[in-house]
Design a protein around this ligand. Sequence first.
Ligand SMILES: C[S@@+](CC[C@H](N)C(=O)[O-])C[C@H]1O[C@@H](n2cnc3c(N)ncnc32)[C@H](O)[C@@H]1O
Length: 291
Amino acid sequence: MSAVATSRPGPLLRTAIGRLRRAGLATARQDAERLLAESLGTTRLGLYLEPDRVVPPDALDEFRRLLDRRARHEPLQYLVGWEEFRGLRLRVGPGVFIPRPETELLVERALALLPDRPARAVDLGTGSGAVALALAVARPAVSVWAVERSAEARAWARANIGGLGMGERVRLLAGDLWGSLAGHGLEGTVDLVVSNPPYIPAEQLAELPEEVRAHEPLEALDGGPGGLAFHRRILDGAPAFLRPGGFLLLEIGEGQAAPLGELAEAGRAFEAPVFHRDLPGIERVLEARRR
Ligand SMILES: C[S@@+](CC[C@H](N)C(=O)[O-])C[C@H]1O[C@@H](n2cnc3c(N)ncnc32)[C@H](O)[C@@H]1O
């Protein structure tokens, strides 16, 4: 960062925004504000409420360090160490998928299907624990089993489960999708299986923005050739765990609804699936009811 004449928020932000814009970041203003707020231990609003505060040297050093990393397109959430998901502040960092706003639709549908009475839900590929925790917090009577294969991601999920005091109701299981659920007496009893699995077609991974491709874990993104490898395995395995009348909810990518609709119906374990659109109008969530 070039030398700044003063260490007050206004001039610091102007310089920082220019730098991030030149680095090609469309979110330069929000990013600079969030990084400065984080360095000062305040919020973006707090910066504007105290425009004349002097930024102390240690906070200034921290801000410059974060700004350097952001200019190299490291995800903002990894730099500040958290992301908000349905009002929950979740810890994130290298090694774990950053929860996305579109996944809130998956949670909304899950909550619509899960009344607050004792019930069992399974979250496959829990990452930071975002979906499992959003369900557990909103539905205090529901027990959640959260499965994750990556040890690094599990460490973040564990921190979030502990941080929100949900250790009693969100059980974190290590393993590969269904394999880790065996032996827990869940077969035929689960009310809801929910998953935001990796679903980027392998052949499109190279087209992802560098910020995602170079920093977020590949195993959170790569859905195999065509992108449906995980959806297929989840559709195959879900009938054994769901109770009759239980639901499967899957987040899906653009253009995946038609092939997945056919797959879901082909097995005859599910009624005809329903698809829910996200705000831009893309079919984003598959909902299928176990016969
Ligand atoms: C797209 S991310 C979703 C994370 C989180 N549910 C969310 O919505 O923010 C997919 C997750 O599935 C995990 N995963 C990939 N393959 C898996 C497997 N075979 N078994 C269990 N989890 C897996 C990844 O490590 C990653 O955390």
